[in-house]
Each structure stands twice: as C-alpha cells, then as structure tokens.
Design a protein around this ligand. Structure first.
Ligand code: PLP
Length: 446
C-alpha cells in the first residue's frame, strides 16, 4: 500500500519524469484518436459518443441496395432517438442514401422527426388508444393500428383535423406483441375498409414483425410470412392493394424472399450487425465512445483499485482514471479485470476494479498516457479495438442495449451533417450547421 513518506513522493516524481522522457512518439499516436473537430480554444468534451454519419450512409446504401434488388423500398428505423445516434441526423443521412421511409415507435418520436423538418413518409407504431393523435395526423404521419379501439381513436383524430388517416394494419403473425390476432383481423379490416370507402382513411400497408430473424433459417420466419400473406389477401379481397412489410435488419440481410414491398432495418443502419461479428460484417459501426483521461498516477505493487478492491496491482502500475461510469451507460456488470478493454493510442488496455457511477480505472501498463488524452471505450473495432458487440457479449445482452444506453453526462457529437465548422465536420443536432453540440433533436444530451 502507498505510504505518504517523502520517499514515496520522490519515487513518484522519478517515475513521472521517466514517463515524460518517452512521451513524444506515443503522444503523437494518442492524438490520432483524439477527436480532431475541437479547436485549440475549446477542449474536447470529457466524454462523448461520436456518431459518424458517413458510416450510416454506407450502411443504408448497402441495405437499400439489397432491398432494391428485390424491388423493395427501405424504411430506416430511428426510434429511441435513432438507437441513441440522433433520430433527425440519422434520418436525414438515411433519406439521402437510399431510404425512402423512416419508422419510429412513439408519437413523440414522430413529432421530433417532423419538427426537424423531415417530410418523408414516416410510420409510428406503438400507441395507447387515448393518446392525442391529432398532431400526428395533421403532420401526415402514417399510423399503425392493432385493434378496432386503436383504429377508432385515429379515425376520430382524422375527423377533427379534416385529413384522411394513413393506416398500416398490423397483424400478430407470431411475435405475440403488438398486432391483431387472426380472430380479430376480420373485424379490424371491416372497420378500416369502411373508413377507406368513406374517404376517412387510406389503407397504406399490412405489416408484421419477426420473432426470430437472427436465426435466418428458423421455420418461424416462414410461418410468419405465410400468416402475413393471409392477412394481406384478406384486405385484397376487399378491393385494396396495400403494401406488405415484415423484414427487420437481419431479414433484410439474409432473407430476400421476405423483403416484400418495404424493409425496416434498424440496428444495421447504425453499423451493428444483427448476426455476424464486426470483423465479418460489411457494416460500419457509427458510434464511438471516447472519454478523456482525468488523472494519471503511479501506484506501487499491492495497491487496491476501486470499491471492494476487486483488483490489486501485482507490480508498480500506471493507472488512468476515465470519467465515465454506470450513470453514463457504462454497465457496472463489466466489472473484473479484462472484461472491459479500452484503446489508448493503438494499444488495448484493461479496465481494472469495479465500474463506479462516474468513473473506471485503466491499468496502462507501459503505455505513456497523460491527463487529457483520449481513450476509446468502444467503436469501429478496427485494430482489435473494443466494440459495443464485445460489451454485449460480455454481458449476455445485445449491442442494441449498449448503444441505446448511452446517457447521463456523455455528449453526442454528430459528424458529417451540415457544413464543416472551422475545426472540422461536426453536426449539431438541429441541422443549422452552427457547430453546436448534437443531441436529442437539438439538446446536446440524452
Ligand atoms: C416494428 C419494428 N420494425 C423494425 C425494427 C428494426 O429492427 P432491427 O433493429 O432488428 O433491424 C424494430 C426494432 O426493434 C421494430 O420494433
């Protein structure tokens, strides 16, 4: 353990001096991963999720190209604030690179997309029947309905706003979540057909969602596709020709036979492969989590680190304090040496000891590091660097949960949206190119 003797202090000074002597080349390396978009006057944020819209464009171009070969259009799903990447920024990038539609879960998310000036076809699908549908109908948001009660609510909004409601009738083909059961389908279709006949509604689509798309050859896919076909035929027999849509990212990438008229990829647009490991995927992860070192210190052998002293140095060690913790979305369950790795320059080093509310500690080994340097917690995976997928695998969860879980004091910086600023190409979350931080459609924070 450290004793606060003059000798210990002298040793620390010596170690620091040696450390500085070898700093220059590695320091240059570390600066390569420092966000280059911040001017000398404005230091890089303490902790930021950098979103690369060029990666989104690459991914959406790839997905919409695959869909196009089947004759299907592409709806990119931007619910949950674009899976944590910024719904408006991702939406604009997606629409400019092959997507024709956007999809969200809630009315608030739909309103935020419209408030960002996006006028493209937009579907919202998860509602409580007594919500206020008027603004969504007035803003030409397509609405999914799963029951007669939902349908009555949105038709009432159409009457109040004087507009025909654009309907997507959702069938529960086997997922057991939203959507009408087969026994309820005829009643829902009767009501929708009557509304369409009177001009109150347009039946735009019949749709459903897959339960096991990440197992491409699982028979459930075919069962669900057949059930959707039956539901659609029922509507056709009433004289309507709605679109059909079923495929999420996994089915878009692996099951062209399920593309139908429209595919709805979400996670793949953000560069996270629903099936393959990052190294085997054609997708490019769009989010990189970067945090700047708050403090560097030398500790002697036998020094415990973080609550509970779950890790103790076995030799003198250089430790870097990283100011991001579980309140920011770094899962506390990534405790234990080696389960969480960070990239410092081009070196990968382990987080040691417990993840705390605000901070984690990295054992830097021989890597010279200084307060203010930037480390990467997860990102593209290039050079064996950590990925959101790696965190998810460690935790027994999915990368969706990691990227949608960034929050608290982590700032989002969107790159590749709007004109370059003096310091680089940085988006701003509200599309005005003024270089302000991006965020929850303009807020800069989750
Ligand atoms: C109805 C619906 N469609 C499409 C998607 C996109 O799914 P994925 O992110 O797996 O592509 C989701 C996301 O869960 C969804 O809820």
């Amino acid at each position: 353990m450290t004793t606060w003797s003059p000798r210990a202090v002298d040793e620390k000074i010596l170690v620091t001096a040696r450390h500085d002597a070898v700093r220059t080349p590695v320091d240059a390396m570390i600066r390569c991963v420092t966000v280059p978009s911040h001017s000398d006057q404005a230091p890089a944020p303490r902790a930021e999720a950098v979103v690369d819209l060029d990666a989104v464009r690459h991914n959406v171009g790839l997905l919409s190209g695959i869909a196009d070969r089947s004759g299907a259009a592409t709806m990119v799903v931007v619910k949950a604030d674009g899976y944590g990447h910024g719904a408006a920024e991702v939406g604009r990038a997606a629409l400019g690179s092959g997507a024709a539609w956007l999809g969200v879960a809630t009315l608030e998310e739909a309103a935020a997309v419209r408030a960002a000036g996006i006028t493209a076809p937009l579907l919202s699908w998860l509602h409580v029947p007594d919500e206020d549908f008027d603004p969504a109908v007035a803003a030409a948001v397509d609405l999914s309905v799963s029951s007669r009660e939902h349908l009555a609510a949105v038709l009432a909004a159409g009457r109040r706003t004087g507009r025909a409601v654009r309907l997507h009738l959702k069938a529960d083909t086997g997922l057991g979540r939203n959507g009408a059961q087969p026994s309820e389908w005829a009643g829902l279709v009767d009501d929708a057909a009557a509304a369409a006949a009177s001009g109150e509604a347009e039946i735009v689509a019949v749709w459903s969602h897959l339960a096991r798309a990440d197992e491409p050859s699982h028979p459930t896919q075919d069962v669900q596709a057949a059930a959707l076909d039956l539901a659609w035929r029922h509507v056709r027999e009433r004289g309507f020709t709605p679109l059909r849509h079923l495929a999420n990212s996994a089915a878009t990438m692996t099951r062209p036979d399920l593309h139908l008229d429209l595919v709805r990829p979400g996670i793949a647009a953000y560069g996270l492969d629903p099936i393959a490991q990052p190294a085997d995927s054609p997708l490019r992860p769009a989010m990189t989590l970067r945090v700047r070192v708050a403090l560097v210190k030398q500790v002697p052998a036998g020094h415990g680190v973080s609550y509970g002293h779950e890790w103790t140095s076995t030799a003198p060690a250089t430790l870097a304090l990283i100011p991001a913790g579980y309140a920011d979305g770094v899962p506390r369950r990534l405790n234990n040496a080696g389960r969480m790795r960070v990239r410092i320059g081009d070196t990968i080093r382990p987080v040691v000891g417990r993840v705390c509310m605000d901070q984690v500690v990295v054992d830097c080994g021989d890597v010279p590091v200084r307060a203010g340097d930037t480390v990467e917690l997860f990102g593209t995976g290039d050079g064996d660097s950590p990925t959101a997928r790696e965190w998810a695998d460690e935790l027994g969860t999915i990368h969706y949960e990691i990227v949608t879980g960034m929050r608290g004091r982590i700032r989002r910086t969107v790159r590749g949206d709007g004109p370059p600023t003096a310091a680089g190409t940085v988006g701003n979350g509200n599309g005005n190119g003024a270089g302000t931080p991006a965020g929850h459609v303009g807020s800069g924070r989750w």
